[in-house]
Design a protein around this ligand. Structure first.
Ligand SMILES: *Cc1c(COP(=O)(O)O)cnc(C)c1O
Length: 385
């Protein structure tokens, strides 16, 4: 089964471009928000780094979600979309002074702090402004996630977070500073996680850490478990909306949330991946020695995930209903890794056909580059056409 696209409306657009199905995005947001609302005090902050298209961010804001930002630019994009600063969290292992100042000037909800040197800088910059910054510590829970090595973040070897052994030390440091307010603990174990057992393992680790804090008579009001819920790249049509129900239920069942604690989530991929496709045109069909290539006008500069993570994206010829043939689907960039898929079955393909590379709404357009002096792809929503 192929996806449905307004192919006739694509005719005038210059390829390659990203196409976002806003109906699916709305339905996904509705599902995520209503499943979270089954529980008291579950709050969602969309991870802006997955897709920062202005219209996408507007729909996120309409849904009531806040934003998880990892740069000053993302804070600006979230504010521009109308997401209130009181719902913005700011994460990242290397925050520049201007970015911290931007967060302070707007009184964002909190900074997720990853080291003592960073804590000291935030305290100093907040003091300069006569403000108090709310902070959570991002801890590295040393929980492995069953996902690609380049996208696991919660192992001791990763650069992210503060080691659990150092919890007491960093909390002491924060309690000794007058311009930061320690309000909670933050975690993020990785991305494209489909095994709910990984999230349950994180919950168990958080339970232990909370016990440790309580042993010191410390009670925090906020726990933030990051993002990471995966999507079905193999079957974007069969499972267009990720399983938010099981995801939130896993946390509700396994995490011992204390009374008055709010649980924060930062989904990125799960919200936007399935609503987006990279639409491209076939430039040439080339016969190789023992295979045929479909050479597209889109390349790794437009969608880098296959080259960077060996990620699978379903590929469909949306111009052809002819019998299936097998192709290596490649881009025009001068790199051998510029391949979207090998031995892919497509309806018989010819020059000029439109190809949809599915599930590309997260970590797609935002990662585009100008390598080979290429233009950045544009993004259109179904409402633009
Ligand atoms: C990337 C990231 C997210 C979003 O991850 P997804 O897998 O897209 O849900 C959330 N929180 C933090 C801190 C991140 O770095």
């Amino acid at each position: 089964m192929k996806g449905t696209f307004p192919v006739s409306k694509f005719g005038e657009l210059r390829t390659p471009f990203y196409y976002y199905d806003t109906e699916l995005l709305r339905n996904t947001l509705k599902t995520a928000c209503s499943e979270a609302a089954r529980y008291e005090r579950f709050e969602l902050h969309y991870a802006v780094k997955a897709n920062a298209h202005p219209q996408v961010l507007s729909l996120i804001r309409e849904s009531g979600m806040g934003a998880d930002c990892v740069s000053g630019g993302e804070i600006r994009a979230a504010l521009k979309a109308g997401i209130p600063a009181s719902k913005i969290v700011f994460a990242g292992v290397g925050k520049a002074d201007w970015e911290i100042n931007l967060g302070l000037d707007h009184d964002i909800f909190c900074f997720n702090v990853e080291s003592i040197p960073e804590l000291e800088v935030i305290n100093q910059l907040a003091a300069d402004k006569g403000k108090q910054a709310s902070i959570m510590f991002r801890l590295n829970p040393n929980v492995g996630a069953h996902t690609h090595a380049n996208i696991t973040t919660g192992l001791a070897e990763n650069k992210f977070g503060i080691a659990m052994e150092d919890l007491d030390k960093v909390v002491d440091a924060a309690l000794g500073m007058s311009n930061v307010r320690f309000i909670g603990l933050h975690f993020h174990i990785g991305s494209q996680i489909l095994d709910m057992g990984d999230f349950a393992a994180l919950c168990n680790r958080i339970n232990e850490l909370q016990d440790r804090l309580e042993a010191r008579q410390l009670l925090v009001n906020h726990i933030n478990v990051g993002g990471g819920l995966g999507i079905d790249y193999q079957h974007p049509n069969r499972q267009a909306i990720p399983d938010f129900k099981s995801y939130f239920a896993t946390y509700a069942k396994n995490l011992r949330l204390r009374p008055h604690q709010t649980l924060h989530f930062e989904p990125g991929r799960a919200v936007t991946a399935q609503c987006g496709s990279l639409i491209s045109r076939v430039l040439y069909v080339k016969q190789g020695a023992n295979k045929q290539f479909a050479i597209l006008d889109a390349g790794m500069t437009d969608l880098i995930r296959p080259a960077l993570y060996q990620a699978y994206h379903k590929i469909e010829n949306i111009s052809s209903d002819e019998p299936m043939e097998t192709y290596d689907v490649v881009g025009p960039i001068c790199e051998s890794s510029d391949v979207f898929g090998k031995a892919i079955d497509l309806n018989r393909t010819k020059r000029g056909d439109l190809i949809a590379i599915r599930s590309a709404g997260a970590y797609g357009e935002v990662m585009a580059s100008g390598y080979n002096c290429r233009e950045l792809p544009k993004g259109y929503t179904s409402e633009d056409l």
